[in-house]
Ligand binder design. Structure first.
Ligand code: NDP
Length: 508
């Protein structure tokens, strides 16, 4: 029995031989002539299931089902209290099934299971609880400044949302898309990445177990080029929320333009992690490691460009490389693993290509730089640190999306901030300093949607999240989701009988 079989047996699970979509509260039947993709465990490369691809007709069926569900009013007209109750029950079910969900996500994405169970799965539950709370307190607007009239602004759900989730944090990110759209009464069709279908499918079933009417969420499976493209170009969707890479986002936007479907994009980053001489050294070191090696480096908010001030540069680089060499890399099912494999083979090869280009362009390799040879056939990359002299290297300009970081030395705050902004991305930024002036300059001048000062990766769901420049369009967040997933309606009512101009009554 492999460790994968053992882990599945320990949870009392049986994986389907063929994973299919889930539409109208039922699994899509297996079709003998449908295209199939292998779903593999990144820790070993072994196939764990096949994924049946939904073609354009199957996607159209899922969209039609979500439309019917929307129009039935079962969810779109449900009371706020009813929606809150479903979200809260679902959040509790997700917490109760945390180990199972973490295993399903680990099997497909290869992320360390202990991190999944302790952070990412609870985050999915938190997203639902957060939106349950928010819809309980959100309010419309009333304007009474216009004499004789009262204007009220109300919202109604936009309709059917198409949701595209990536493979790097399937539950945490898909749950945000689901909570943000369903909270306001929309229905949706969700396309997980073809590499990571299992955990999302289970979460959707838990939502139904919690009372979500069947058909409110449809899940379609398959490659982006076939299934994703069919969903993005569907004429009968009202909103598109997409989390993924910029190249795909451009294709989705082109498809959406055909029907003028509004889009919300959460895209990539190449974020600066600035360490000033006056920082608390140990905190800056700990945080900088977390910022690049969390999620095995496959995270949009990675602090993948470390900028360190000259006075502490040698000490910082020596300590950073020593800690990087000591990271526990290996089987993601092992609870002690800190860095797991990359999610799929092509991604591992893409990262090795980035590493080769960095070396050819003159970056100095300090550690890592290859696929380890002692970890079998999993898709591993040794945690890699480069020192660079220039921010123009492809390593500093392109998102690697793996455990690979550059370190560049700077002399003063102006130089650090200008290097931080020298990027087509603008997702997040990190700054480590005990100087108020440095922190304030960073806060004012860095072009990024979220900034962290003296802390890694803390997320406040009340605050907007999203990117400047090519890191996205729109923001996650409660009010922001309400703005995107609802249509606002202004109603102007006469108070009493304000005068009406009399047309067609010619006066003498
Ligand atoms: P992709 O852009 O490759 O894919 C995202 C989703 O879109 C997947 O479900 C994919 O399906 C699908 N897709 C692919 N091609 C098409 C198409 N032509 N039409 C419609 N849908 C399509 O991104 P990744 O999955 O590689 O995710 C990594 C990227 O996501 C990184 O750039 C990362 O920075 C970004 N990201 C951004 C976050 C943010 O909040 N800003 C958070 C997390 C990740 P399939 O995989 O089956 O091909």
């Amino acid at each position: 029995m492999t460790t994968v079989d053992q882990a599945i047996a320990d949870q009392g699970l049986t994986l389907p031989e063929v994973i299919t979509g889930y539409v109208g509260g039922e699994s899509v039947p297996v079709e003998s002539n449908a295209n199939q993709h292998a779903v593999t465990f990144p820790g070993t490369g072994e196939q764990i299931a096949s994924l049946q691809e939904d073609d354009a007709a199957a996607v159209a069926n899922a969209v039609a089902c979500a439309r019917n569900s929307f129009e039935s009013g079962e969810w779109s007209n449900a009371s706020t209290a009813a929606r809150q109750a479903v979200f809260r029950r679902a959040a509790n079910l997700i917490r109760a099934h945390a180990t199972e969900l973490a295993l399903l996500e680990c099997l497909c994405a290869g992320l360390p299971s202990s991190h999944l169970a302790s952070r990412q799965v609870p985050r999915a539950a938190d997203n639902l609880d957060f939106f349950a709370d928010y819809i309980g307190v959100m309010a419309g607007e009333t304007f009474e400044q216009m004499s004789g009239y009262q204007t009220t602004v109300t919202r109604q759900p936009a309709g059917v949302a198409a949701l595209f989730a990536p493979w790097n944090a399937p539950l945490a990110l898909a749950s945000m898309q689901i909570a943000s759209s369903l909270a306001f009464g929309n229905t949706c069709v969700l396309k997980p990445s073809e590499y990571t279908p299992l955990s999302i499918l289970r979460m959707v079933k838990l939502l139904e177990e919690a009372g979500l009417p069947a058909g409110t969420i449809g899940v379609i499976n398959g490659s982006g080029a076939v299934t994703g493209a069919a969903l993005a170009s569907s004429f009968d969707i009202d909103r598109i929320a997409f989390t993924g890479g910029g190249a795909t986002a451009r294709q989705v936007m082109a498809a959406a333009s055909e029907h003028l479907t509004p889009v919300h994009f959460e895209l990539g980053g190449k974020s600066a992690n600035i360490v000033f001489d006056d920082a608390n050294f140990e905190r800056a070191l700990d945080g900088s490691l977390v910022n690049i090696f969390s999620n095995s480096g496959q995270i949009c908010i990675a602090g993948s460009r470390i900028l360190v001030q000259r006075g502490i540069a040698e000490r910082f680089m020596t300590a950073f490389v020593a800690r990087t060499r000591s990271l526990t890399i290996g089987d993601p099912l092992d609870p002690t693993t800190e860095v797991g494999p990359m999610a799929f083979k092509a991604h591992q090869l893409r990262i090795l290509d980035h590493i080769a280009r960095a070396t050819n362009e003159g970056a100095t390799l300090l550690c890592g730089g290859k696929a380890p040879t002692n970890l079998g056939s999993g898709y591993f990359i040794a945690p890699t640190v480069f020192q660079v002299e220039s921010n123009n290297l492809s390593l500093c300009q392109e998102e690697v999306f793996g455990p690979v970081v550059s370190i560049q030395i700077f002399d003063d705050a102006d130089e650090a901030l200008s290097l931080a902004n020298d990027s087509r991305f603008g997702l997040v930024g990190y700054c480590w300093t005990n100087s108020l002036a440095h922190a304030q300059a960073f806060q004012r001048q860095v072009d990024a949607g979220t900034l962290w000062i003296n802390t890694p990766l803390a997320r406040d769901l009340r605050a907007p999240f999203g990117g400047f420049k090519e890191s996205g369009i729109g923001r996650d967040g409660p009010r922001q989701a309400a703005d995107f997933f609802t249509e606002e309606k202004a109603t102007i009512s006469a108070l009493g009988n304000p005068p009406i101009r009399k047309l067609g009554q010619l006066s003498d």
